[in-house]
Write a protein that binds this ligand. Structure first.
Ligand SMILES: NC(=O)C1=CN([C@@H]2O[C@H](COP(=O)(O)OP(=O)(O)OC[C@H]3O[C@@H](n4cnc5c(N)ncnc54)[C@H](O)[C@@H]3O)[C@@H](O)[C@H]2O)C=CC1
Ligand SMILES: C[N+](C)(C)CC(=O)CC(=O)[O-]
Length: 337
């Protein structure tokens, strides 16, 4: 791959190819961040739908803060894919999730985009190795997997394929950060990346339960929005479960509940909980906790749940700040277990 024509901080013009739910969301995000955006989508009504999506997103984007000069007027809709990427400094592809389509479109984008410009695919799960097979310049092709809607959900998972240059992965990761995203740069390819692999496990179980009449759609949704989902908005599943071990943290949690992994709770195969996996989980949680004690993490989690309940209208908002803040002390923490 020729070196990138500009640094991530210098990018002013972005091309979005495919302008449906995700491509349109990306357009709104980049516009709100003050970029000039050129979009292309083959659907006859694509421009009208795209402008509607951007207009609908704009109040939320205004509320969270626009970059200087940001405007929906800085969107241009191109007549051809070649025109869309002709002077782009970054390209985001968001075409339908069909492998053959991705392969030929990425090859087309590689042929048309200026040399060295990084091209990212929004794919939900295809490894780039499988998508870059037809491109003559596969070194600049990366995955940049967003979450819906990309203009509000911060995460982008970035990963290259076997033929992707490490420099392209690094450039894309830096660019997304400059563009206001929260980035996980993956060192190796994994179908579904990290978040969708987790989401799919949950999803597969949900579908098993519905298919077998074991739970309704509402029960499944309520089980998350009234339960673990409240915690996941601010604390991931590993650290959350470390707190299930009380003062013993993840170590005690694994010793106590490890055998449940072998219970027939899921229809997925459980991993072997050997010493290596146990150590990796304990160490990972210790690292994530940093200098925070279990008691401090409990207080943080509890306050976070209150904030989410308030933000989602399930707690009154009128109380003065601080009147119901929960301040766990090490002694109250000790009483819990
Ligand atoms: N919908 C979601 O929640 C998420 C989707 N993604 C990924 O984003 C990509 C797009 O998905 P959606 O926006 O949901 O699909 P969508 O169906 O809403 O939009 C796809 C768009 O691509 C256009 N299109 C069709 N053929 C094309 C071509 N040859 N070149 C360019 N555009 C073409 C369609 O006209 C349509 O507007 C997929 O790779 C998907 O896996 C990623 C994260 C979340
Ligand atoms: C449903 N989906 C697999 C396309 C979802 C994603 O890829 C990410 C998201 O927005 O949850």
């Amino acid at each position: 791959m020729p070196s990138s024509p500009c640094a991530p901080e210098e990018v002013r013009r972005v091309a979005c190819v495919g302008a449906g739910v995700i491509g349109g969301g990306w357009v709104a995000h980049f516009l709100a961040r003050g970029y000039d955006v050129t979009a292309w989508d083959p659907a006859p009504d694509a421009e009208e739908k795209l402008r509607r999506l951007v207009a609908a997103a704009w109040p939320a984007l205004t509320q969270i803060g626009l970059a200087d000069g940001a405007s929906p007027d800085r969107l241009t809709v191109a007549a051809t894919v070649e025109e869309a990427v002709a002077d782009a400094q970054f390209v985001q592809e968001s075409a339908p999730e069909k492998l053959e389509l991705k392969r030929s479109l990425l090859a087309q984008l590689d042929a048309a985009a200026p040399p060295g410009v990084v091209i990212a695919s929004s794919t939900s799960g295809y490894p780039m190795t499988d998508m870059q097979t037809e491109a003559t310049g596969p070194g600049r092709l990366v995955v940049g997997h967003p979450f819906n809607p990309p203009y509000l959900i911060p995460l982008v998972e970035v990963v290259g394929g076997e033929k992707t240059d490490a420099a392209a992965v690094e450039w894309a990761s830096r660019f997304y950060k400059v563009a206001g995203k929260s980035v996980i740069t993956m060192e190796r390819e994994l179908p579904g990346f990290i978040a969708n692999r987790l989401q799919e496990a949950l999803w597969r179980e949900a579908l098993h339960m519905v298919a077998n009449g074991e739970a309704t759609v509402k029960e499944i949704d309520d089980s998350i929005t009234e339960g673990p989902g409240l915690r996941w908005a601010f604390m991931g599943p590993c650290l959350t479960f470390a707190l299930a071990g009380g003062e013993g943290g993840m170590g005690h949690m694994l010793d106590h509940f490890g055998p449940s992994l072998k219970s027939p709770w899921t229809r997925l195969e459980a991993p072997e909980l050997d010493d290596t996996l146990r150590a990796a989980m304990v160490d990972g949680c210790d690292e994530a906790a940093g200098s925070r004690t279990i008691a401090q993490l409990v207080a943080e989690r509890d306050q976070g749940v209150i904030d989410v309940l308030r933000a989602t209208g399930r707690l009154p908002r009128q109380r003065a700040e601080g009147t119901d803040a929960i301040a766990h002390t090490p002694s109250t923490m000790g009483d819990e277990k």
